[in-house]
Design a protein around this ligand. Structure first.
Ligand code: NI
Length: 139
């Protein structure tokens, strides 16, 4: 673990009250932990926007199990993105719906491209890209 540094923060009382209320709702043990998370969240966002480094994330999508052509398309697309796909998990949600979670790592634009291609397929009912970090540059 890296060396700890302390700093003071001045805030309007009303804003601090709202922050404390949020901290309680989100179950943080203290303000420092909540602030660390906020900072990390911004760093992850910056890494995704910068686009030159490596990021990690997950594409989660739900689709119509009965669409055979759709199943083929999903597989074809994923074969074209083997360089960024770490693993894929398939869950049979119910008789009609499948849930797939694709763990990805690589350049942000390529991860976003794969997510867009999967989400836009006809028969995909919902899709979302969770933007996370490889963790290497996070303290
Ligand atoms: Ni299934």
């Amino acid at each position: 673990m890296s060396e700890l540094a302390r700093f003071g923060v001045s805030l309007e009382k009303e804003l601090l009250d709202k922050f404390d209320s949020l901290i309680r709702q989100r179950n943080y043990s203290n303000r420092s932990e909540a602030l660390r998370d906020l900072i990390r969240q911004e760093l992850v966002k910056k890494a995704w926007q910068a686009g030159d480094g490596e990021v990690a994330g997950a594409i989660t999508f739900v689709y119509d199990h009965h669409g055979r052509a759709l199943l083929n398309k999903i597989t074809d697309i994923q074969h074209g993105f083997q360089d960024i796909i770490i693993s894929t998990q398939h869950i049979h949600l119910d008789h009609d719906n499948c849930l797939e979670i694709v763990a990805v790592k690589g350049k942000p634009a390529r991860l976003q491209r794969l997510a867009d291609m999967l989400k836009s397929l006809k028969g995909v009912r919902h899709g979302i890209l969770s933007m996370s970090s490889t963790g290497t540059e996070m303290a």
